[in-house]
Design a protein. Structure first.
Length: 495
């Protein structure tokens, strides 16, 4: 603890964002480049080095947060990078994409703004790359065992890196043409630029991990055939079966799933397309769904030049402060948060019919109506109470040339045939069933991440990847020294 009074003398200061009018003209990250390092040591000083750091419990990775806060406050970046990478394979991903449940569990957050843990993490990760503190770590010797990892999202990549470093020969199979899963085509560049992803992939290649792109297991290669070629298989395909909105007019053109829309915008940024065939340019856009994916659609539509953008959230607008009775510290509270995309929508006044930040809270979609050509033109909604019951007399309509459904995901997609070909058992909610050791009912086949856990956060995805790697290593060798931060049955802290 470099400054015992830091939490009393230093106010919280977050990584500043670039001006709205500047950043909406490009797809670069929203933060001011280079503005984090000058403030981060003092921000790390605010860590109290508390006797029982609940940030550990709030983070499924078990990140050694007080330790690397202390090291950053002393500007010992090499040691901080070592402690950070001891529990997290990809801190530059979580430092940008995670909603930071660790900050909700910060002891300082009981009566003050929490330590900027997420910003400190990001600063360490970026400094590690700049200073060469994240070199490839190939194994000293190979085990002679082979593992196929299906899916290259954060779970698959974490599992592959851990198993490769343990000496196993690992191949990652990805159905898309580039590695990264939703981090590649689902997350916009303004949240995380893709060079962060490319850098880790090159590190993994240097360590010995093999990558097989444009290969859908179950379709391009049989799942049973793949299983016969490897000593173990890890399924980390994510939860990509999106939820539908079964209301009248859903069949109209111009109503798309968010994960149909976002990948096309990302492909434009990758240089694959000149313009997106679903571009929001000049259109009145309505996003149905109040989560992070909806906010990603919002920021994307603003950058594409939409005529207006409105986001519908079926829940009531939360308060600015934690409800101590309903969601006591250190649980992650549902409070009003202003993402970068909502800040942009507010300042640009993208949604005249909505609240200041483009969101309509407590709003439920009733139906869609269109023109004679079958193109959607209006979304009809109604206000709802806390039990989602319509409130009489509150129905109204919004102009809508493009509707994006961001309603979450129910489980892994079965279209490729992977699950059926392996005869995998499923949970009632549609996720892959597994035992306490991450093993499915198919011998030698393990399941991890959203495909088995259900839709979750990136920190849980990486934790699952690390934990399933330990389970596979134990299956192959009889024991394992790899860390297993969680079990399949662990869940976030709740009341």
């Amino acid at each position: 603890m470099a400054d015992p009074k830091g939490f009393m003398t230093t106010p919280r200061q977050d990584w500043p964002r670039r001006p709205v009018e500047e950043r909406v003209k490009d797809w670069d990250e929203v933060y001011v480049p280079g503005a984090l390092l000058p403030i981060i040591s003092k921000q790390a000083d605010r860590c109290m080095d508390c006797g029982i750091p609940f940030c550990h419990d709030a983070c499924p990775l078990g990140n050694l947060i007080p330790e690397w806060n202390d090291l950053v406050s002393r500007e010992d970046w090499r040691a901080a990078a070592d402690r950070l990478h001891a529990t997290n394979n990809f801190p530059e991903f979580t430092g940008r994409l995670c909603p930071a449940p660790c900050e909700a569990g910060c002891v300082l957050a009981i009566n003050q703004p929490a330590v900027t843990i997420k910003n400190v993490e990001c600063a360490i990760a970026d400094r590690a790359w700049e200073e060469g503190f994240a070199p490839p770590r190939p194994p000293d010797r190979l085990s002679g065992r082979t593992v196929a990892v299906i899916g290259s999202g954060p779970t698959g990549l974490a599992a592959a890196q851990q198993l490769t470093r343990a000496g196993h020969t690992v191949a990652v199979y990805e159905k898309d043409d580039r590695i990264g899963g939703l981090m590649r085509y689902g997350i916009p560049g303004f949240k995380m630029e893709k060079h962060h992803l490319e850098r880790r992939i090159e590190q993994m290649r240097a360590e010995g991990t093999k990558f097989r792109t444009s290969t859908a297991v179950g379709r391009d290669v049989g799942a049973a055939e793949l299983r016969s070629r490897y000593d173990a298989v890890v399924i980390a395909t994510g939860a990509t079966a999106w939820r539908e909105l079964p209301v009248p007019g859903r069949e109209l053109s111009g109503i798309q799933q968010a994960m149909e829309y976002l990948p096309l915008a990302n492909r434009v940024c990758e240089g694959d397309l000149e313009t997106s065939p679903m571009s929001a340019a000049g259109k009145h856009v309505v996003i149905v769904g109040g989560g992070d994916t909806g906010a990603d659609c919002l920021g994307t539509a603003v950058r594409e030049g939409a005529a207006s953008v409105t986001q519908l959230d079926i829940y009531a607008q939360p308060g600015a402060e934690r409800d101590e009775d309903a969601e006591p510290w250190p649980t992650y509270p549902k409070i009003y948060r202003l993402s970068a995309a909502h800040e942009e929508a507010r300042d640009l006044q993208t949604a005249p019919a909505a609240n200041a930040d483009a969101r309509l809270f407590a709003a439920s979609t009733l139906r869609f109506t269109g023109d004679a050509d079958g193109q959607v033109r209006s979304l009809h909604l109604v206000e709802v109470d806390a039990q989602r019951r319509p409130l009489p007399g509150t129905e109204r309509s919004l102009p809508a040339d493009l509707v994006l459904l961001a309603l979450g995901f129910s489980g892994p997609d079965r279209e490729d045939g992977l699950i059926d070909q392996l005869g995998l058992e499923l949970e009632p909610r549609g996720t892959i069933a597994r035992d306490a050791g991450f093993a499915t009912n198919a011998p030698g086949v393990f399941a991890a991440g959203d495909a088995a856990r259900g839709q979750s956060l990136i920190v849980w995805a990486i934790a699952e990847g690390r934990a399933v790697a330990a389970a596979v290593d134990r299956y192959l060798t009889g024991s394992s020294r790899l860390p297993a931060p969680i079990s399949p049955y662990d869940r976030p802290m709740t009341v």
